[in-house]
Design a protein around this ligand. Sequence first.
Ligand SMILES: O=C(O)CCC(=O)N[C@@H](C(=O)O)c1ccccc1
Length: 368
Amino acid sequence: MKLAGVEIRTIAMPLVAPFRTSFGTSTEREALILRAVTPDGEGWGECVAMSDPLYSSEYIPAAADVLRRFLIPALGGVERLDATAVAPALEPFKGHRMAKAALEMAVLDAELRARGVSFARELGAVHDRVPCGVSVGIMDSIEDLVEAVGGYLDDGYVRIKLKIEPGWDIEPVRAIRETYGDDVLLQVDANTAYTRADAAHLARLDPYDLLLIEQPLDEEDVLGHADLVRALRTPVCLDESIVSARSAADAIRLGACDVVNIKPGRVGGYLEARRIHDLCAAHGIPVWCGGMLETGLGRAANVALAALPGFTLPGDTSASDRYYRTDVTAPFVLSDGHLTVPDGPGLGVEPVPELLDAVTTDTEWISL
Ligand SMILES: O=C(O)CCC(=O)N[C@@H](C(=O)O)c1ccccc1
């Protein structure tokens, strides 16, 4: 397959409600959408970098720049291009895993559409629907949180994830347990908001029978997480710390995680995500699919990934209407707490042109 060029499109999608985490509040989701064009057709990719370098070092203008100046031109020289050739061709360029992941996703989609193979089949999915969790942001009051969680439970979500930070952790968890009982699958996500000195404080979450506590410490503090694994009864899950199969292997060997949140964009793509799934399965480490407020494009690929056998915990694979009044694809709709895995060629979904145009703020074509 030869790449004729790639369209880089910037979109801005309003959120149905502000989404607050320990590193800030979002009211809209900017994203980069890539369209790879080959003689056989086209493929779509989504870059999950945020507007600002607050979740990780990547952010949208930087991702667009590295794609435009380095990553897309690097694929121009690849004669027999397929998805497995992308990472090796981009390897000389350091970092920018989310930008690389988007480009690999677009090439993989183009390749699979041409072959008539779905993402799910290519990645090794074993389910045709996946149970869905939902991520709930930090709120202005405990009452607001209790009401929001009640709405998601009414929607059918099978797992609740609460964003936490110092000052908003024990109380919210206690309120949800007291209101909705001990059977609700409940976990928390700190997004690196705590330090090693908070170990005793975080142990106060142990009585609430949480599925896990996600990324309590700095993404580079792997040894600190290993200490927490020993100090807490609550399983420790890593997110920001896991950027590759190598870093996952190191974290497992150091005893720094009981669970891994796999986000394809964070680790450089769906092929690396599958490697991490395989590695964790070999070590008996359960994984689940994280989310980055993806549009239906990234959501389709995530749902396919979440259908692999080692994804034994519900992921942040919510319905489109958790974040967006109108998605750029046909909406993903929750049914009995599950999303159906797309089974068409490639992603199995594609943007609705007028919906995509309505949220587009910039488009550029990089010819090869
Ligand atoms: O459901 C989703 O797509 C979002 C899930 C979620 O909470 N993502 C978090 C995270 O840290 O995992 C996030 C939010 C905003 C930006 C980056 C990451």
